[in-house]
Write a protein that binds this ligand. Structure first.
Ligand code: PMT
Length: 409
């Protein structure tokens, strides 16, 4: 017998949707695949399916009331349950619960558990509602917010709905839900261990090139892309060092972070560390030039007049240095920020800088690139084979890049 979820601990959240009638079948399907299931229901869910039914099929007590005296464990029941599980599945998820999740509510047992879920544990959400509710801009925006915060939304199926109308909104059949979750858990598992034992170095963010005591030449890089890569590499089992220019992002727990300001400082840190790493990814937006004679004091406009000419000198090209220096066991991935002719430019950059893979980033794609949450990338392998992607969140880009990077070893 193939028990695809053998030993898995699944937290199943049920919310107020007519599709809640499928929940007992879903519990049975999970158990059939070898999982243990604990159920949490909202009050509205209990109008569609009973607690007793779910208690019976799951063979476990069902949580409905966050203040229930029998489950308190000193008031930390939600923390313990969130740590107990391997993943949290919410099926069906109503429009109301989607909105609450997107905005961080904790006003019932199910919502409190969503917030208490450790961030490495997957949250799988299966919305089910009427078509217009599903397609409503607010619902779609809530879904995007949840995805941005790391949740996975599985869109509903199309078909006949409880209202008698036909359209998107149906909860997928229990066996489909189970296979979607199994596939995702399996791909996470294989990713998780794949960079185990590997050391990954990542550059991120902008560089600030000093003009005088208070001014610099910089760029709009936020560091989001590099931090997303660091997090993904960490989640894939690697030991990660992140060398970052000035950014406003919290340090990722488990990642060794080195802060620098200028290209010269970033270069120095890469030079000091590079030989100890198996893989280096250069996502930083490094200034190509720096002021030749930065002033110690503040430049006075009385001394400079109507026009100001600043002489710049070339910065070291960190990626090109790594390409020249790397040993046989090391792999390097560069970025190529291009506005036009990107495939040819990217290919030429990869060759020039001796990269094992290059991430071509379309600089002029709408809402993509510097500062925002999205990048429009093309991943190109050393042999010139490439794959274009639709605009993806930087987290999704990082996932794709790390998955491809794994194949370099
Ligand atoms: O930080 P975010 O706001 O999330 O934005 C992410 C990003 C847009 C900065 C990122 O996705 C990106 O595209 N980074 C590369 C930006 C860049 O400088 O591209 P480039 O084509 O000029 O440089 C090519 C490669 O050489 C890059 O890997 C760069 O890190 C590296 N380089 C460039 C110059 C230099 N002196 N040293 C380098 O190492």
């Amino acid at each position: 017998m193939n028990l695809s979820l053998k030993g898995k601990r699944i937290l199943l959240g049920i919310t107020g949707s007519i599709a809640a009638y499928k929940a007992p079948f879903l519990v049975r399907e999970f158990i059939k695949q070898g999982a243990e299931v604990r159920v949490i229901m909202t009050e509205s869910a209990s109008k569609f399916v009973t607690e007793l039914t779910l208690q019976n099929v799951s063979k476990n007590d069902v949580v409905t009331d966050m203040f229930d005296k029998t489950l308190q464990e000193n008031g930390s029941w939600h923390i313990h349950l969130a740590h107990w599980c391997d993943c949290f599945v919410i099926a069906p998820c109503s429009a109301n619960s989607l909105a609450k999740i997107a905005h961080g509510f904790a006003d019932n047992a199910l919502m409190a558990l969503v917030l208490a879920l450790p961030k490495e544990k997957p949250l799988y959400i299966f919305p089910a509602m009427d078509t217009d509710m599903w397609l409503h801009k607010v619902t779609q925006k809530n879904c995007n917010t949840i995805v941005m915060h790391g949740g996975a939304i599985f869109p509903p199926d199309s078909g006949e709905l409880a209202s008698g109308m036909v359209g998107e909104g149906r909860l997928p059949e229990p066996s489909d839900i189970v296979s979607k979750i199994t596939d995702d858990l399996l791909s996470r598992k294989s990713l998780k261990s794949f960079l185990k034992g590997k050391k990954v170095l990542i550059t991120a963010g902008p560089t600030y090139e000093r003009l005088d005591a208070v001014r610099f030449i910089g760029n709009f890089s936020s560091g989001k892309m590099g931090f997303a890569l660091a997090e993904e590499a960490l989640n894939s089992g690697a030991e990660v060092t992140l060398i970052t220019g000035p950014v406003h992002i919290d340090t990722i727990i488990g990642v060794h972070r080195i802060d620098v300001q200028s290209a010269e400082e970033m270069f120095e840190q890469v030079c000091n560390n590079f030989s100890h790493y198996d893989l280096a990814i250069f996502s930083a937006a490094v200034a190509d030039y720096t002021p030749k004679n930065p002033l110690e004091e503040k430049m006075k406009k009385e001394n400079t007049g109507e026009e100001l000419t600043i002489t710049l000198k070339k910065n070291p090209d960190i990626l090109a240095w790594a390409g020249k220096t790397k040993s046989e066991h090391q792999r390097i991935i560069g970025f190529a920020l291009e506005t036009d002719n990107e495939i040819e430019e990217g290919k030429a950059k990869m060759k020039r800088k001796n990269c094992d893979m290059i991430i071509i980033n379309k600089a002029n794609a709408p809402n993509s690139g510097f500062g925002g949450d999205i990048n429009t990338i093309t991943i190109m392998a050393k042999d010139g084979e490439y794959k274009h992607y639709q605009p993806l969140t930087k987290k999704e880009c990082a996932k794709e890049i790390i998955t491809k990077a794994i194949q370099l070893f």
